[in-house]
Design a protein around this ligand. Sequence first.
Ligand SMILES: NC(=O)c1ccc[n+]([C@@H]2O[C@H](COP(=O)([O-])OP(=O)(O)OC[C@H]3O[C@@H](n4cnc5c(N)ncnc54)[C@H](OP(=O)(O)O)[C@@H]3O)[C@@H](O)[C@H]2O)c1
Length: 133
Amino acid sequence: MTDDPELAGQTVVVLGGSSGIGLETARRARAEGANVILTAREPERLYRVGLELGAKIAAFDVNDAERLTDFFGELRASIDHLLVSGGGPDYVPFADLDTAGIRRGVERIVLSMRIAVAAKDAVRPTGSWRRSG
Ligand SMILES: NC(=O)c1ccc[n+]([C@@H]2O[C@H](COP(=O)([O-])OP(=O)(O)OC[C@H]3O[C@@H](n4cnc5c(N)ncnc54)[C@H](OP(=O)(O)O)[C@@H]3O)[C@@H](O)[C@H]2O)c1
């Protein structure tokens, strides 16, 4: 049994890290010694959270393919853990899904693939990649 922080020296990136699941994950990662990088669209809330956690921040919409590619390309650290918690699906009962809802669901899959491609050189081979929704 040891009290050593589990993520000391590791880099954790949370796309959608200024609120909810992403923010709580970032808090836990910081508490375990990780260097944390957070993104979200709304810059002021992101800035406040970045200050609170001592995290690096980048404000952009994950649906902006160019910004997404630039973000991963410009990172100076290799990522140990990547959590995607922004731009997630709407929760709608299956029976209530209309065509627009189905299209949004497919778009989420496309977005996940786009993030995986954009991040492929930034995540360590031993790293992890998760979606919260
Ligand atoms: N809450 C639940 O019980 C639950 C359960 C399972 C799965 N999920 C899924 O998990 C995800 C997160 O849920 P949550 O409750 O933590 O949501 P939340 O509190 O609304 O947090 C979403 C985070 O993502 C950012 N974000 C949203 N859209 C974005 C976009 N297009 N580009 C960049 N950042 C974006 C938000 O900041 P900005 O608005 O500033 O961009 C915020 O930081 C959602 O996909 C949700 O469907 C939620």
